[in-house]
Design a protein around this ligand. Structure first.
Ligand code: ZN
Length: 291
């Protein structure tokens, strides 16, 4: 009996010891040697324009493994916008504009969504399950926002403020690419220009692209309309529309821009039509006090 009681005491003591263990510090999502969440190229670019690529990369932090996806799935459009990084570099150089690029996949955290939206860390995309995003705990979501989402938007904001502080309303040029086929529908457009509240620049750009390239299909709020979408918060709404800054959102078809040569070719086609549209000095006039 005595022995048993002593054993029980020992067990209690042990579990009590386990219970009072000091909680570990929350582990960091981005480990040593991994890239920062955001990269800026040509940060002193003279153009009154900031180019942004929210979906430039399909990288996943080591701590999250492969998100439970195969290598093949991580190369698909669900993880990133292939081609936009190369297009961004080309335009940044040609226009002498700063370029802000994301360094992590949209499946880790989608920088082009509101932080509270389910699509910000989606558990499914284009009929593919994202196992690591199923049942995410608030602390896990918070960590992705703190280490990737907020630092990214802070850097983008600083780039825009650089111009605003000098009394200039910079153009925010947002680059994306779209999958050639969605739900069995082959998308015929080569380039699409998207817009929501402000259609002026978009309409002029669509007209310019169509005039210069009569053989191409240019999407006016296609392959999908931002006006009709239920996305209420994204990079453009936060940084441009909320402050009345001029903006352009362009979508390139991924089968055209998947190689360096393709990206360059389509960036040049786009730039030729963009230049006359954004030459109007009126665009860059600050119309009201902006933060
Ligand atoms: Zn995109």
């Amino acid at each position: 009996m005595k022995k048993k009681a002593a054993q029980a005491k020992k067990t209690v003591k042990k579990s009590a010891k386990t219970r009072v263990k000091t909680p570990k510090k929350p582990s960091k999502l981005l480990g040593r040697g991994e890239p920062a969440p955001v990269r800026v190229e040509n940060l002193r670019g003279k153009a009154k324009c900031v180019i942004v690529c929210d979906h430039a990369s399909n990288r996943v932090p080591k701590a999250l493994g492969s998100l439970g996806l195969s290598k093949a799935d991580l190369k698909k459009h669900i993880a990133w916008d292939p081609g936009t990084e190369d297009i961004g570099y080309y335009l940044s150089k040609k226009m002498d504009a700063a370029l802000v690029l994301a360094n992590y996949s949209r499946l880790v955290v989608d920088l082009n969504r509101g932080e509270d939206a389910p699509e910000c860390m989606r558990a499914e995309s284009d009929h593919i399950r994202i196992p690591a995003n199923e049942g995410l705990k608030p602390a896990q979501k918070k960590q992705r926002l703190a280490e990737i989402f907020y630092p990214y938007h802070k850097v983008l904001n600083a780039q825009l403020k650089r111009h605003i502080d000098k009394g200039v309303a910079p153009l925010l040029l947002s680059l994306h690419s779209f999958t050639p086929e969605m739900d069995g529908f082959k998308r015929p457009w080569h380039i699409g220009v998207l817009w929501n509240k402000e259609e002026g620049i978009a309409k002029r750009l669509v007209e310019s692209l169509r005039k210069n390239n009569p053989d191409l299909r240019i999407g006016d709020n296609e392959p999908y309309s931002l006006k009709a979408s239920n996305v209420t918060k994204n990079t453009i709404s936060t940084h441009a529309e909320a402050r009345g800054l001029p903006y352009v959102i362009v979508e390139f078809r991924q089968d055209l821009v998947g190689t360096k040569a393709g990206a360059r070719k389509w960036a040049e086609i786009f730039l030729q039509s963009l230049v006359p549209v954004i030459a109007d000095p009126e665009l860059y006039r600050l119309k009201k006090a902006r933060k």
